[in-house]
Ligand binder design. Structure first.
Ligand code: AMP
Length: 170
């Protein structure tokens, strides 16, 4: 399965200079989607994961089926104002934006082993904020899995203390 055939590069979206990786053709194809979910799940199979955490919104697309594959629950990290109960919130810089993310304070129990999943690692701001939220809540990040890593942006340097797996690298 040549997964890169299902990722479209869109130049200058949403801003000039950004090479946007459009994953919608990949998730629209049943076989490509299943292949990606299996590969990402296999990475985490021996990690004794208790929970999968994924950031808004494309982290939900891959995080939830991976949680199903692993037989564990999924916890969403969301844009502020979306979660109804008490939250932790972290702010950060994106490749082309600024943002905040929130996590329900009681969604993770102290010491739980967490796999973080997102579609794409760019500058690493999103994933750093997600790690901070998981750790504030008492979780233990045992792995981080991405569908895509944009290596030139060096986001991996920000998370060098954690085991990281990227299915596709550009
Ligand atoms: P970052 O925080 O810079 O690592 O950005 C990661 C998040 O922004 C991911 O959740 C992606 O969904 C989105 N993103 C950033 N850059 C791109 C890109 N070039 N193409 C597609 N999505 C991107």
């Amino acid at each position: 399965m040549q997964l890169k055939d299902y990722v479209t590069n869109v130049p200058d979206f949403p801003k000039e200079g950004i090479q946007f990786k459009d994953i919608t053709p990949l998730i629209a194809d049943g076989q490509a989607l299943r292949y990606a979910v299996k590969k990402l799940s296999n990475y985490a199979r021996d990690k004794e994961v208790d929970l999968v955490v994924g950031p808004d919104a494309r982290g939900f697309i891959f995080g939830t089926p991976i949680a199903v594959e692993l037989g564990v629950g999924f916890i969403p990290v969301r844009k502020p104002g979306k979660l109804p109960r008490e939250t932790y919130t972290e702010s950060f810089n994106l490749e082309y934006d600024q943002a905040s993310l929130s996590l329900h304070k009681d969604d993770i129990k102290a010491g739980q082993r967490v796999l973080i999943v997102d579609d794409l690692l760019a500058t690493g701001g999103t994933i750093e904020a997600t790690i901070r939220l998981v750790e504030k809540a008492g979780g233990n990040v045992v792995g981080i899995a991405f569908l895509i890593e944009l290596a030139a942006l060096k986001g991996k340097n920000k998370i060098s203390n954690y085991p990281v797996f990227s299915l596709l690298t550009y």
